[in-house]
Design a protein around this ligand. Sequence first.
Ligand code: NAD
Ligand code: KPL
Length: 305
Amino acid sequence: MSSTWHILGAGSLGSLWACRLARAGKAVRLILRDPQRLAAYQAVGGLSLIEQAHSSFFAIPAEADEAHAPIHRLLVACKAYDAAPALARLAPRLAAGAELILLQNGLGSQDEVADQVPHARCIFASSTEGAFRPADWQVQFAGHGFNWLGDPLNPAPAEWFSDLEEAGIPAQWTVDILSRLWRKLALNCAINPLTVLHDCQNGGLLEHLSEVDALCAELAQLLHCCGQPQAAEGLNEEVQRVILATAANYSSMYQDVRHGRRTELHYLLGYACRAAHRHGLALVELEHLRQRLVDNLQARGLPSD
Ligand code: NAD
Ligand code: KPL
């Protein structure tokens, strides 16, 4: 089986992983959206990784998503709403026994992808690392964090897992990946939408702690109902710790809205509200928050699904 890391999406996290794997001598190949993006990339010839003030250049080979060679290992590094459509196009290229690593935040996109590729192993990841793109084909490493990876259907670690340590990508294999993803989803639901609605940095929510508390109480109820009691433990306290620790930051959803980009609402608050509905739980604060956010996005002319 080929040990090449195919990386779908040369955005922030995809580029961050690609550069670190390439630096460690791993075979890496970028899959770009179309021949135009490929031509633009080839004109530059590689990706630049900026860590603190230092920039390093990596001439990583790339292809457009219409190439034909088989794919054995694929890091899916696009936004949650792009993941399933991207995989629908790539599915015919996946070799028998192919493994996918799904970096998407939130929940829902992983199952959408798995439905497209029933014969591949889908490994879910939850990342607290931070990166952004100051320009095309450049990635700035903005925040040290951690990555948890796991497969809800198979507890055995992937055979390539040691590649991550060799590449300096901090990661741990966990059998509780769903609990990690639910916990992060709950944190994001309690913080991100309110930062958009109150037009503030995370620390601005210290003025709105009663709203945050009410959301945490409903989110904890939802987590229990969805069989994730561990993800509910101490949720309110952790949300408050994150608000304080990231007081000067703007949440990822705030930044998406400020830059006029589509948000991942459908896979965060939307997923939580749909799960509540499925369980017959009436979570009025959460549903009211979702409706206010949808109205806010629509008023800005942004997608609200
Ligand atoms: P991004 O928008 O920077 O990058 C996504 C890239 O995927 C874009 O370059 C886009 O053109 C590309 N893409 C989309 N469809 C494609 C296709 N069919 N073929 C090829 N390329 C395609 O996004 P990001 O910030 O890297 O986020 C990726 C995921 O990681 C999101 O779910 C996000 O929530 C999560 N995440 C991001 C960070 C971060 O700091 N950036 C941290 C934690 C989690
Ligand atoms: O993950 C985050 C985000 O902005 O998406 C934090 C900082 C935890 C806020 O929810």
